[in-house]
Design a protein around this ligand. Sequence first.
Ligand SMILES: [Zn+2]
Length: 94
Amino acid sequence: MQKECKICGIPKNLTEFPIARDRKDGYRAECKMCMIKYKKEYYQNHKKYLEERYKKDILYKIKLNLECRVRTNFKGNFPIRSYNEINWLFSSRI
Ligand SMILES: [Zn+2]
């Protein structure tokens, strides 16, 4: 099954799209390559703001650290697919 990326417009296999459980078809509208590009550009354009937020917003800092640690521990089998799930983790008792 193929799906057309909203950004680059290229039809790709569903495995090329990040999983998003809140979407109707279960995948994001943007392909993985476009997401990586977007994240890089977003970071470059908002570098100052993100660095400030990282210093001041403790929850944001914890979220980033947690995501990084989970990714490192699980390597290729990352169990959390979106920030929504990280938010869910924080709202439940751990
Ligand atoms: Zn794309």
